[in-house]
Design a protein around this ligand. Structure first.
Ligand code: GRG
Length: 333
């Protein structure tokens, strides 16, 4: 007997339109109460969390409603004077992921002048290994996520020249699998999140010539389940965040039209919380800013009118990427 497909069933009364005002309220209020238990337990991801929330607000055309000066000062204070890297919150060690998130926020605000840019460049450079890979911080974990974070940060600072790009490309290429996908390290399982990181990396470095374009696009299409939602690898449940990791990858490959956008949209909209606003991983679950930004960004790639255009490589508003005169590579037919 064939194994049943793991999936969810959408309810008849699931929302079918964007709950625009509810999402704005959800994002504005999130984290306002710093005595809240959830807030206290998430300090290890604070700067990235700020990037998710602010990008979501920006896609809803609501940036003006964020406390810009307070956020700029917070990021400035998270820059470690010794290494130049940015930490998740005050008093924590710096990390490449939060360095990227901090730089993304400042780029959105056009306030990169607030930090010591050359110190950030020095930090990113210090994390490159002899095989071209990057560690996330001084503790040495290597992952293709950090290759993406490194080149995305440096390109936003216009300092991609600071690292050995050819060697970095060789490492990412060595993480490509027979199915066209990419894992976290050589011989690791293909995963949609890491595929986004590697395609984003190759888009920024203009080396998409290395990918098995249609083999990979087909693997990504196979992530769509009968509910319309996408999973990150075979035999897994759908999750709104993969709407972004898969769709941005298909967009970079010029193959967005290979999946059913209509069915995916229905799934994403069904993940909205009708009471509080925000998106959850799956219908009926608790919403959070992470799933909210990736739900909105995926809807933007699907051409949803009320949402601003998002750039598939940087997951930042397209107008910011345009005004910075960045031109990541995108394959088109
Ligand atoms: C600027 C948008 C942006 C991103 C920064 C950190 C990063 C770069 C991207 C993260 C990509 C990602 C989601 C990687 C997934 C890593 C992974 C192996 C997750 C597996 O988690 P499970 O097993 O999930 O909980 P599944 O869905 O596979 O069960």
């Amino acid at each position: 007997m064939a194994t049943p497909i793991k999936d969810v069933i959408l309810k008849e009364n699931a929302p079918v339109t964007i709950l625009f005002d509810k999402h704005i309220e959800f994002l504005r209020d999130y984290g306002k109460d710093d005595n809240n238990f959830e807030f206290g337990m998430t300090d290890y991801l604070r700067v990235s969390g700020m990037y998710w929330g602010l990008t979501a607000l920006e896609l809803l055309d609501q940036t003006h409603s964020s406390p810009q000066e307070e956020i700029v000062t917070y990021i400035k204070n998270c820059q470690d004077p010794e290494t130049g890297g940015i930490s998740a919150c005050l008093g924590h060690d710096p990390h490449l992921l939060h360095t990227l998130s901090g730089v993304q926020i400042l780029a959105m605000y056009d306030r990169l002048d607030a930090i010591d840019v050359e110190a950030v460049v020095k930090y990113v450079k210090s994390l490159q290994q002899p095989d071209g890979s990057f560690t996330g911080d001084k503790w040495g974990e290597v992952d293709t996520r950090f290759s993406f974070c490194a080149v995305a940060t440096l390109s936003l600072l216009k300092r991609l020249d600071a690292v050995d790009v050819d060697n970095a490309v060789k490492f990412v290429e060595s993480c490509m699998n027979f199915d066209g996908g990419f894992g976290s390290r050589p011989l690791s399982e293909s995963h949609a999140g890491l595929i986004y990181c590697c395609l984003g990396f190759l888009s920024i470095t203009h080396r998409l010539d290395l990918v098995k374009r249609d083999v990979l696009a087909w693997w990504l299409c196979e992530r769509q389940l009968p509910s319309g939602g996408l999973n990150g690898r075979p035999e897994k449940l759908p999750d709104v965040c993969y709407s972004w990791w898969v769709l941005s990858s298909l967009t970079i490959l010029g193959r967005l039209h290979w999946i059913s956008g209509e069915k995916l949209k229905k799934f994403i909209l069904a993940c909205q919380d009708t009471e509080t606003g925000g998106f959850a991983d799956r219908p009926g679950d608790v919403p959070d800013p992470y799933h909210t930004v990736f739900g909105l960004a995926a809807l933007s790639l699907l051409g949803q009118a009320e949402i601003k255009n998002v750039n598939p490589t940087y997951c930042m508003p397209q107008h910011v990427i345009d005004s910075m005169q960045l031109s990541p590579q995108i394959l088109r037919d």
